[in-house]
Design a protein around this ligand. Structure first.
Ligand SMILES: Nc1ncnc2c1ncn2[C@@H]1O[C@H](COP(=O)(O)OP(=O)(O)OP(=O)(O)O)[C@@H](O)[C@H]1O
Ligand SMILES: [Mg+2]
Length: 652
């Protein structure tokens, strides 16, 4: 379902019952969702009222911001009500004063007036809708902007816990719930006034007939409420199952290489089939509920009509009631069906919107844990000396990953971090640009504690290349200049040259203007990493961090990127996380991490000669890469040679 809550449908101005019912009878996803709005129960089985005060507060704040527009919507709505309500009276006059009194002139006059009122009512229908949606959509768009801007500001630890996909889809559904409620405010007020006005007019004319005519309509409300309470779980089920199906479909497309590589097409096809069947089952459940309740909802308003015809008809025959008045009653019954159902919906919709707004508010009121200090200091002059002083850090409640960790990387020095998998190398890298903050101790750049700097200044001074490079679906030039879209072409080319990417980029038909497909599939792993390195060094950062950045480069081709790396690292403070001896050897100094601390340091050659743990770490890394290559994992051809060489080197 592209748009899970089709507000265009559930707030349609349906003056006639047929229109109202048509929405239900059509079935299909749109109708499913329309029915959601009828439910009065809590959405998630939780108690909404204790839960959504913050949500109400947010909705109130937003509607207050748009009060002028909403007031206009109410005003237009009341004009609509006036036009609607007068229709019944005009019909009565046309019948009584025109037809019954045998006066063609009067008939013509009342018909003409009716025509004018009909045009006015049609115009107000459009206007009411336009104004209501304008305000609701504004609020939705505004909230979405705020939400996504806030998500970008939130710290890494928040994103570690939040499931990105779910966050996005929930944000979408929740925003639509809020929107659907706001749009109903002016519509509901005019609908309520319509119901009230019609009831008063009818009661003044004939209280007994009014009771008969409108008596069954409240039951319509009750049935409709029960109906949607039954239907709601199915509708949510359809949404949930559809989302799961979409996820499997997405994985089947994105992971098609893995699936084919493992010969697992059948397995995946079975998973798809199972998910598709779940969607079918939920949809059939919804169809059954609908089939059970719709007949009753069709029948109830007709009971009112029958009662009016039966009792009212006798009144007319006895001369106690005019024929025009009888017809007017019928017109009004038809007119009230949809507003009455809408009134039932608003209660449910408001509860749902409040719960949704609460969830949005939860995100909005999460303060970023990593944020600018109140009075940031300017980055001191320097060339990028990095220092970890007695740093302790762990993720969440687990044992600390870094435990009284000390490290100093001198200006212009290159250091290779080596350690077994999970030893905390990436963690060290993440603490420098404040992806996380240390629990104890301090990380500093050029003598300034990173927590005293403006986050933007800090991150601009640190270039980082991750193990799994993420490239955007854009041109190569735009990817390199991602953080600085105005960078001149010379800077882009210089960065590409430094990263050893210029040569292959120039060889492409469109050069730097080449579009990279989704996730950069048109490039090889090594090429992607070179683009990522170019992106990291475009801004000429003081500190460059390469986290396993050369792992996807074919070992036989590594000498090419090795030259590039030598160039990049020259005179720049660089931290290289690597496990291939050839890359490690490029660094001035090697630091071996274990148990959250530095356990040994020296040059590659000296450690290799003196330290058993170091040899062991390198050997197991080489073995892992060998196994990986054997599985036909990444890279390409020629692994055997390269791995053979590294293993020999390690053993020597
Ligand atoms: N975002 C995170 N949330 C919770 N725990 C994490 C997170 N990232 C890493 N860890 C844990 O912290 C420890 C250190 O992880 P880290 O990524 O720093 O290791 P590494 O030395 O870079 O390993 P590798 O060589 O495999 O990349 C691991 O035990 C890991 O499970
Ligand atoms: Mg790592």
């Amino acid at each position: 379902m592209a748009e899970p809550v089709s507000t265009d449908q559930n707030t349609t101005d349906h003056p006639d019952p047929a229109g109202g019912r048509r929405t239900y009878a059509d079935g299909g996803p749109v109708a499913d969702v329309v029915d959601v709005a009828d439910d009065t129960a809590g959405t998630d089985g939780t108690d909404d009222r204790t839960f959504s005060r913050q949500g109400w507060r947010l909705i109130l704040r937003l509607t207050r911001e748009r009060r002028a527009g909403i007031a206009l919507g109410v005003l237009v709505g009341l004009c609509w009500t006036a036009a609607k309500v007068s229709t019944g009276i005009l019909v009565r006059n046309a019948v009584d004063q025109g037809i019954i009194a045998d006066d063609p002139g009067a008939l013509r006059r009342w018909s003409l007036t009716l025509g004018v009122v009909a045009i006015a009512s049609a115009t107000f229908t459009g206007l009411r809708r336009y104004v209501a949606f304008r305000e609701a959509r504004w609020i939705e768009a505004h909230l979405r902007d705020r939400l996504f801007a806030h998500l970008q500001r939130l710290h890494f630890a928040f994103h570690d816990q939040a499931q990105t996909g779910q966050l996005m889809s929930r944000a979408n559904t929740d925003l639509q719930q809020v929107q659907a409620f706001v749009v109903m405010i002016p519509l509901t007020i005019s609908n309520a006034v319509t119901v009230l006005a019609v009831t008063v007019i009818l009661a003044v004319i004939d209280p007994v007939l009014t009771l008969l005519a409108l008596g069954s309509l409240p039951f319509l409300n009750v049935v409709a409420t029960r109906f949607s309470r039954r239907l709601f779980p199915s509708v949510m089920g359809i949404q949930r199952e559809s989302a799961e199906l979409a996820a499997v479909v997405e994985e089947s497309v994105a992971g098609v290489r893995v699936i084919k590589g493992l010969g697992a097409e059948r397995v995946q096809a079975d998973r798809l089939k199972a998910e598709a069947e779940d969607v079918y089952d939920e949809s059939m459940g919804a169809a059954m509920t609908r089939a059970r309740y719709l007949p009753g909802m069709e029948l109830l308003p007709n009971l009112g009509l029958i009662a009016v015809l039966g009792y009212g008809g006798h009144q007319v025959l006895n001369g106690n009631l005019s024929l025009g008045t009888l017809i007017m009653f019928n017109v009004y019954i038809a007119m009230l069906i949809w507003p009455l159902r809408m009134l039932g919906m608003i209660v449910a919709q408001s509860q749902r919107a409040a719960v949704s707004a609460e969830r949005v508010d939860e995100v909005l009121s999460t303060e970023p844990e990593v944020d600018d200090p109140a009075h940031p200091v300017a980055l001191p002059a320097g060339e990028g000396e990095v220092r970890f002083a007695d740093v302790t850090f762990g993720y969440g409640r687990t044992a600390p990953v870094l435990d009284h960790f000390d490290l100093r990387v001198a200006t212009g020095e290159s250091v290779a971090l080596v350690g077994s998998t999970g030893s905390g190398k990436t963690t060290v890298a993440r603490l420098i640009p404040r992806f996380y903050d240390a629990e104890a101790g301090a990380v500093s750049i050029d003598g300034a504690d990173v927590r005293t700097l403006a986050v933007r200044d800090l991150r601009r001074s640190v270039g980082i290349v991750f193990e799994d490079t993420f490239l955007f679906s854009d041109t190569i030039a735009a990817n390199i200049a991602f953080a600085d879209p105005d960078a001149p072409h010379e800077s882009i080319e210089r960065a590409a040259r430094l990263a050893g990417a210029h040569e292959f980029v120039s060889g492409l038909a469109d050069g730097y203007a080449t579009l990279i497909g989704e996730r950069g599939y048109s490039l090889s792993g090594g090429q992607r990493q070179r683009i990522a390195i170019a992106r990291a060094i475009l801004a000429d950062p003081r500190v460059l961090i390469l986290d396993d950045a050369t792992s996807a480069v074919d070992p036989t081709k590594e000498h090419e990127i090795r030259d590039a790396l030598t160039e990049v690292m020259r005179g720049r403070t660089t931290i290289v996380i690597a496990h291939r001896p050839a890359t490690i050897a490029l660094a001035d100094r090697v630091v071996l991490i274990g148990d959250g601390r530095v356990v040994a340091e020296g040059t590659h050659a000296s450690l290799l000669a003196s330290d058993g743990r170091y040899r062991q770490v390198l050997a197991s890394a080489a073995a892992a890469e060998h196994a990986h290559a054997g599985n036909g994992g990444s890279g390409g051809n020629g692994h055997g040679d390269g791995v053979g060489r590294t293993t020999e080197e390690v053993a020597s």
